[in-house]
Design a protein around this ligand. Structure first.
Ligand code: SF4
Length: 386
C-alpha cells in the first residue's frame, strides 16, 4: 500500500504533514512521489487564501477525473506497474478542521455533499504529538509548540479551523528537542500560530511563569489590553541553553511580545536575530477593524525597544493590502510605517474575504484588484527590492 501527501499552506501544515507521514508509515504504507502511483492521497489543506483553497479543489477534481478514466490503466500500468484500484482521497488540515469544529454538524454535511469523492475528512487532532515525525527538512527540525489561536483577528479563519490555542506541555517539547539534537540537528524552528502567547492556556504554575492557580493573578496588561501570562520566554530560554546553533520561531503577534522575551533573545546569541513580526496594516482604523490589538505607534515603539536591546536584530513582516476601509491615506500610513521600521523582508498578501470570518461578514471587499496590485507593487519595491 502506497500513500502520497500534498501539503498546502503554512509551516504549521508542513510540520503536521511530517507527523501524518509517520502515522501512515506506522500503518504499513510507503510514501511515493507521484499521486498516480498511490492507493491513498492525503491532502493537507489551507484555506487562508483563495488561491490555496482553489488548488485544493483542483487536485481533488484531478484525482476524481483520473479515477473515472477507464483508459488510464492501460497507459499507466506500463509505467508504474500499479494494478490499479481507485485512489482514495483523505482531506485534513484547515478545510476539514472548519467542518469538524462545527458542533451542529451542518458544515461537515455540506462538505461531504460538496466533495463526494473524498473518503475521509481527517481531524488533524487525531495525529498525536507523541508520534515521532518523519522529518522532510534535514537541517532544521520543525517543532510545534502550540496548536490553534485565540486572537480572532477579524480576517483570519485559523481560530475557527484549528480552534483556540492549545499549548503543548513544555516537557514534551523539550524532550522532542533532545531527540532531534541526538539525531544531529543543530537548528530548530519553534512553530505556533502565535508563539508569543504560548502557555497562556496552561494552568499557571511555576514551570510556566505563574505562581498561582488563579489565572487572574497571573494576567498582565500588555499594549493596553489584559492578557494571560505567556511562558514563551521560559520555554525559549530552556531551548537556548541546549546544544543548538540556531533557534528561530514563527509566528509572533506583536501584542504578546513581552519584555521578558526581549531579554531572553538578547541574552542568547543562538536565538535567530531575524524576527518575524507581522504588523498587517499601518493605519489605526484599519488595525482596529482587523482586531489586531495594537496601534501603529505601539508597534513602532516595540520595534524601537527591541532594536535598543538586541544587537544586530532584523525584522521581517506580513502585510495585508486592500483590507476594507484602506483608503489612500490609510495605505500611506502603511508606507510610512514600513519606512520607519525598515523591514528586511515583507510577505505581502492582497486581502480576500474568507467565508466564516468576521471581516467577511461585516465589511465589503471594496478595493478593486487593480488598486490592490498597485499598492502591492509599491510595497514590494520599497521593502523587497531595495
Ligand atoms: S494571530 Fe490573528 S492572523 Fe495570526 S493565526 Fe491568530 S487570528 Fe490568525
Amino acid at each position: 500500500m502506497k500513500f502520497f501527501i500534498k501539503t498546502f499552506g503554512c509551516i504549521q501544515n508542513t510540520a503536521d504533514s511530517e507527523r501524518i507521514k509517520a502515522f501512515y508509515w506506522n500503518k504499513g504504507y510507503k510514501e511515493v512521489d507521484n499521486w498516480k502511483e498511490a492507493n491513498l492521497v492525503i491532502i493537507n489543506t489551507c484555506i487562508i487564501r483563495e488561491s490555496a483553497a482553489n488548488r485544493v479543489y483542483g487536485l481533488i477534481n484531478e484525482i476524481d477525473k483520473w479515477n473515472k478514466d477507464k483508459d488510464r490503466n492501460k497507459i499507466y500500468d506500463l509505467e508504474f506497474k500499479n494494478k490499479t484500484k481507485n485512489i482514495e482521497i483523505i482531506v485534513t488540515g484547515c478545510l476539514s478542521g472548519l467542518a469538524n469544529k462545527d458542533k451542529s454538524g451542518k458544515k461537515m454535511a455540506q462538505l461531504k455533499r460538496d466533495f463526494p469523492e473524498v473518503s475521509e475528512f481527517l481531524p488533524i487532532e487525531k495525529i498525536s504529538f507523541k508520534i515521532d515525525p518523519i522529518r522532510d527538512k534535514k537541517k532544521i527540525a520543525l517543532i510545534p509548540i502550540s496548536f490553534g489561536c485565540s486572537n480572532f483577528c477579524s480576517y483570519c479563519i485559523v481560530p475557527f479551523a484549528r480552534g483556540t490555542e492549545i499549548s503543548r506541555p513544555m516537557e514534551d517539547i523539550l524532550k522532542e528537542i533532545d531527540g532531534v539534537i541526538k539525531n544531529g540537528f543543530k537548528e530548530v524552528l519553534l512553530i505556533g500560530q502565535n508563539v508569543n502567547s504560548y502557555g497562556a492556556d496552561l494552568k499557571p504554575s511555576p514551570a510556566c511563569g505563574g505562581t498561582s492557580l488563579d489565572r487572574e493573578a497571573v494576567s498582565i496588561v500588555h499594549m493596553g489590553k489584559k492578557r494571560f501570562h505567556s511562558s514563551f520566554h521560559i520555554l525559549l530560554e530552556e531551548v537556548a541553553k541546549k546544544d543548538l546553533g540556531k533557534i528561530s520561531f514563527v509566528s509572533s503577534n506583536p501584542w504578546d511580545f513581552s519584555d521578558e522575551l526581549i531579554e531572553i533573545i538578547a541574552k542568547y546569541p543562538n536565538i535567530d536575530r531575524l524576527l518575524h513580526l507581522p504588523f498587517q496594516a499601518g493605519d489605526d482604523e484599519v488595525l482596529k477593524k482587523m482586531n489586531r490589538g495594537y496601534t501603529s505607534d505601539e508597534y513602532l515603539a516595540l520595534v524601537k525597544k527591541i532594536r535598543s536591546q538586541i544587537k544586530d536584530v532584523r525584522f521581517s513582516t506580513d502585510i495585508i493590502i486592500g483590507f476594507p476601509g484602506e483608503n489612500e491615506k490609510a495605505f500611506q500610513n502603511t508606507v510610512k510605517l514600513c519606512k520607519k521600521a525598515k523591514f528586511e523582508i515583507a510577505y505581502l498578501n492582497k486581502y480576500s474575504p474568507r467565508k466564516g470570518t468576521v471581516s467577511a461578514k461585516l465589511y465589503k471587499d471594496e478595493i478593486p484588484q487593480s488598486e490592490k496590485k498597485r499598492r502591492w507593487k509599491i510595497l514590494n519595491e520599497l521593502i523587497n527590492k531595495k
